[in-house]
Design a protein around this ligand. Structure first.
Ligand code: BYC
Length: 326
């Protein structure tokens, strides 16, 4: 009987709970409640899919980057996202999930990915604003996940966060360049991109706490370390001074410092829009999933070749061992 099918006993349950209480890590071979495993597979798979689908909006600009330098930076960033997806699929596999199955669920629309990637990238300023706001929100959400209770996920997040902070910096540097050294038209592009990405970035943190079915249990298991609203507030507080430094206006007339709370107040998020986008009816959902499906189909020959090569290689190494009498 393997660790994942081992029946619960009071000793195993107690050991699991003690590990969580002591802030130690649950590792793949440890016994874990089925709900814990399911929650992690759900979150890690959604996260992995987001990284892979997240390559599309920016990938859209690789062929049209305005200089060789900007193109090299963007290529490196989009490749990093592919790497993040792969670490995360590997983390999901340590929980007993099958990567091909997860991909199938994604391209059949049976598993979610982040709402943010269902919006279009209309100008090159979007590349900068995605780095600044989307990667900025991602860092805010993901740094606490480096302390998540599941070992492989937490360790994967450490490396992902290092790369995300480079992504955030490159976006901010691009916007600074456009705002400080650009033309009036370029400054307008930055403002327009900020107007379009601000609210969807706030939605990345998930539904409000009173409407978040998974938060309480995920916090108790220390999979999540903060609630959706806590992290959203942290992101707003961090971003307002950055917007001021850039010289752009965030599109929320209710945004104001509240000295009593010690935080910025902000306006009501359009949760109907969020629900629409999450349930598949955002501006680019169909296009994103169709593109992912096409890429998967186009890659069938690579998977076939890799499988055939691995089979041949294992035969060859077997023969080789045989000839050495091993
Ligand atoms: N979009 O109970 P809740 C990146 C779903 S990658 C879509 O609060 P939870 C990047 C949620 O899954 C960004 N769905 O859930 C990549 C749940 O659905 P089910 C991705 C959302 O899990 C490339 C339901 O709504 N980051 O940054 O406790 C380039 C109820 O929500 C969204 C991660 O995945 C959403 N925005 O909390 C640049 C981070 N929000 O499964 C950047 C890891 C919620 O019950 N994930 N849903 O049907 C998390 O931290 C948590 O899963 C969330 C949601 C905070 C997102």
């Amino acid at each position: 009987m393997t660790a994942d099918t081992e029946a619960a006993t009071p000793e195993l349950e107690e050991h699991f709970q003690r590990t969580i209480d002591r802030d130690q890590r649950i590792e793949p071979r440890d016994w874990m409640p089925e709900g814990y495993r399911k929650t992690l597979i759900r979150q890690v798979a959604q996260h992995a899919h987001s990284e892979i689908i997240g390559m599309q909006p920016e990938g859209n600009w690789i062929t049209r980057a305005p200089s060789l330098r900007r193109k090299a930076i963007l290529l490196a960033k989009v490749q990093d996202e592919a790497g993040h997806g792969l670490y995360l699929y590997s983390a999901a596999e340590t929980l007993g999930a099958d990567r091909a199955d997860l991909t199938r669920k994604l391209i059949e629309g049976r598993q979610k990915y982040s709402s943010i990637f269902n919006y279009p990238t209309l100008s090159f300023a979007d590349v900068g604003v995605i780095g600044w706001l989307v990667d900025g929100a991602a860092i805010c959400n993901q740094v606490p996940l480096c302390r998540s209770s599941y070992g492989p996920y937490a360790r994967g997040m450490v490396r992902i966060c290092k790369e995300e902070s480079f992504h955030q910096r490159q976006g901010y540097e691009l916007l600074m360049t456009m705002m400080r050294r650009g033309t009036e038209a370029q400054r307008r592009m930055v403002q327009d991109a900020t107007d379009r990405w601000w609210w969807p970035s706030l939605m990345m943190f998930g539904p409000p706490d009173h409407d978040s079915p998974n938060t309480a249990q995920s916090m108790a298991w220390k999979v999540k370390r903060h609630t959706n609203d806590e992290l959203r507030q942290r992101f707003v507080d961090m971003t307002v001074p950055q917007a001021e430094a850039l010289g752009v206006t965030l599109p929320d007339p209710e945004l104001a410092w509240n000295p009593e709370r010690g935080h910025y107040d902000f306006g009501e998020i359009d949760w109907d829009e969020f629900k629409r986008v999450v349930s598949g009816d955002g501006p680019c959902n169909a296009q994103r999933v169709a593109q992912r499906r096409r890429a998967h189909d186009d890659g069938a020959w690579v998977r076939g070749a890799a499988t055939a090569y691995a089979a041949k290689h294992s035969d060859t190494s077997h023969d080789h061992r045989g000839s050495q009498g091993l």
